[in-house]
Design a protein around this ligand. Structure first.
Ligand SMILES: *Cc1c(COP(=O)(O)O)cnc(C)c1O
Length: 243
C-alpha cells in the first residue's frame, strides 16, 4: 500500500474509534452508527485506499464526480456502493437512479418524481433521506422543519423510493450549543414523524461531519458523513492541490 493509502487506513481507524467512544459516552451501541466516508474532490486512489480498509459505500456531493469515479472503478471494485449526498437537479436524477445506492439530499417533489420514474426504468429502488435545513441559514438546502411532515406524506406516491430518514448539515459555527440545537431539532422531528405514522421507516438520522460528528452521535445520529478527517484537507477551489 502506498503512503497515502496507509494514512487513509489510519485515519479511518481513528474515526471509527472516535465513533465508538462517542457512542459509549452517549450510552449507545456503536452498531447503531454508520460511517459514510465522503471522497469528494479526491481521486480514485483515495476510494481504492478506503475500499482496501474495508469501506463498501463512499459518498459524493456532485453527481458528475460520482459518475466519473463510479465508471472508473466499476470493474475493479464491483462491491462498492455510491451515496449521493449533495443537492440534486432534476436533470441529473437519471444518473443517481442508475448508479447510487442511497440519496441523502431529497428536498422537493419534482426530484422525487423524476427519481421514481428513472428508478422504474432502471428496475431499481433507492434509499432516500429527506434533507432538512435545521440551522435556518439561507445558504443551506433542505426543507424547513415544519414542512417535512407534509412532504413525507407526498413521498408515499413514489413506490421506488425507500424513505429511510432525515439528513442535515448543522450550522457552520464554533458555537456548540447552536450546533447541538440543530441536531436536537432533527431528533425531535424524526420522533414526530414516527409517532405520526408518516410513510417510511424514519429510522435514520444522517448528520455529523468531520467537525461535529461526536456531537451528532450524542444527539442521535445514525450515519455520519466524514470527508476531511479521513481523506485530508480538500484543495481550495481553483487552488493548488493538497491532501
Ligand atoms: C463534504 C460533505 C461532508 C463531509 O464534510 P467534512 O467536513 O469534510 O467531513 C458531509 N456532508 C456533505 C453533504 C458534504 O458535502
Amino acid at each position: 500500500m502506498n503512503e497515502y493509502g496507509t494514512r487513509v487506513a489510519a485515519n479511518l481507524a481513528d474515526v471509527r474509534r472516535r465513533i465508538d467512544d462517542a457512542c459509549r459516552a452517549a450510552g449507545r451501541d456503536p452498531a447503531e452508527v454508520r460511517l459514510l466516508p465522503v471522497s469528494k474532490t479526491f481521486g480514485a486512489d483515495a476510494v481504492r485506499a478506503a475500499h482496501a480498509a474495508g469501506v463498501r459505500v463512499v459518498a459524493e456531493n456532485k453527481v458528475q464526480e460520482l459518475q466519473a469515479k463510479a465508471a472508473e472503478l466499476a470493474d475493479e471494485l464491483p462491491d462498492l456502493g455510491w451515496a449521493a449526498i449533495g443537492h440534486l437537479q432534476t436533470n441529473k436524477a437519471k444518473v443517481v437512479a442508475q448508479l447510487a445506492t442511497e440519496f441523502h439530499a431529497l428536498d422537493n417533489r419534482r426530484v422525487a418524481a423524476e427519481l421514481d420514474k428513472r428508478l422504474a426504468t432502471a428496475g431499481r429502488e433507492l434509499d432516500v433521506f429527506v434533507q432538512v435545513n435545521s440551522s435556518g441559514e439561507e445558504s443551506k438546502f433542505g426543507l424547513e422543519p415544519d414542512a417535512v411532515a407534509a412532504f413525507a406524506d407526498e413521498l408515499a406516491a413514489f413506490g421506488r423510493l425507500r424513505v429511510r430518514g432525515l439528513m442535515t448539515l448543522a450550522a457552520n459555527t464554533a458555537d456548540t450549543a447552536r450546533v447541538a440545537g440543530c441536531f436536537d431539532t432533527m431528533a425531535g422531528l424524526r420522533d414526530r414523524l414516527r409517532a405520526g405514522g408518516a410513510p417510511g421507516s424514519w429510522d435514520e438520522l444522517s448528520m455529523g461531519m468531520s467537525g461535529d460528528f461526536e456531537l451528532a452521535i450524542a444527539h442521535g445520529s445514525t450515519c455520519v458523513r466524514v470527508g476531511t478527517a479521513i481523506f485530508g484537507v480538500r484543495p481550495a477551489p481553483g487552488g493548488a492541490g493538497a491532501r
